[in-house]
Design a binder for this molecule. Structure first.
Ligand code: G
Ligand code: G
Ligand code: MN
Ligand code: NA
Length: 254
């Protein structure tokens, strides 16, 4: 298959890039974080979205070198922002199951932090429920090692998986990200509204902060703010943008 061969060569051909989507604090109204999202600039196919190649990268194991590139590049860019004075800014990267199973994951994260001199607390690792629930005891060990490095940990797409609350308590995580499927109808579907407010309470009871994903309207934002959600991410504020555009948004202080 053409695309698999091309994917294999994409790192050395320098065809990947990261887009960044801002996360806005609902109290300070400032950008306090960004999520890095990979894009593939294919010489003939143009911009290939991750939905078209992440699962192939997982099946072939290519996600390991690609994921290491993502971590390294996100750290490099985050350090540039840190040096520009955006000190508290967090940069989040997504981790896939294959990467989580990789023996030297924690070492690769450490290497990226060392190589870029990034403050470890500026890096956030996004995990999914299925990823940490596959082997709970092993996951807790890896998460603890990651916390020892000083990075932040979040659970992505929260609510769509099957994480048990008793385990959630044992994971040394910092942030819950409410899946956008619950946020979508928050102002019209009482069940979704109840789920979202429950996740906010749960997060706060466990002393975690909580981000709502996929916020597209003012009404959704208002609802989340009224119910004590800490941060939002979504098209209402901004789509994922290039590092250049993100830098301008940070300078503008929006
Ligand atoms: O950026 P976009 O909205 O198209 O992302 C689609 C999906 O691809 C999301 O589920 C997102 O988590 C995933 N994704 C984006 N970038 C990365 C990455 O660097 N690593 C992994 N594992 N998944 C990513
Ligand atoms: O799985 P993960 O949460 O990492 O995926 C993030 C994905 O969500 C990216 O593909 C990103 O482009 C997408 N996304 C971000 N904000 C919005 C939004 O407001 N609406 C929708 N539909 N998708 C969004
Ligand atoms: Mn994510
Ligand atoms: Na998500």
């Amino acid at each position: 298959l053409r695309i698999e061969g091309d994917l294999r060569l994409a790192i050395e051909r320098d065809e990947f890039l990261l887009y960044y989507q801002p996360q806005v604090d609902l109290v300070s109204k400032k950008i306090i974080g960004v999520e890095a999202l990979i894009r593939w600039q294919h010489p003939e196919l143009g911009m290939v979205p991750p939905a078209r190649f992440i699962s192939l990268a997982e099946e072939t194991g290519l996600i390991v070198p690609i994921g290491n590139w993502v971590i390294r590049e996100a750290c490099r860019q985050s350090k540039v922002w840190q040096d520009e004075g955006f000190i508290g800014l967090r940069t989040a990267v997504n981790l896939s199951a294959r990467q989580f199973a990789q023996q030297n994951l924690v070492q690769s994260i450490q290497d990226a932090l060392t190589a870029t001199s990034l403050l470890p607390a500026s890096l956030e690792i996004e995990l999914t429920e299925s990823l940490v629930m596959a082997d709970v005891e092993q996951a807790i060990g890896i998460l603890r090692d990651m916390k020892t490095l000083g990075v932040q940990l979040s659970i992505d797409d929260f609510g769509t998986g099957y994480s048990s609350l008793s385990y959630l308590k044992r994971f040394p995580i910092d942030v819950l990200k409410i899946d956008r499927s619950f946020v979508n109808d928050i102002t019209t579907d009482p069940d979704d509204a109840a789920i979202v407010t429950s996740i906010i309470s749960l997060a706060h009871s466990l002393r975690l902060s909580v981000i709502a994903e996929g916020v597209e309207t003012r009404e959704q934002l208002d609802y989340l703010q009224q119910h004590g959600c800490d941060q939002i991410q979504g098209y209402f504020f901004s789509r994922p943008v290039t590092a250049e555009v993100m830098t301008q948004m940070l300078r503008d202080g929006t």
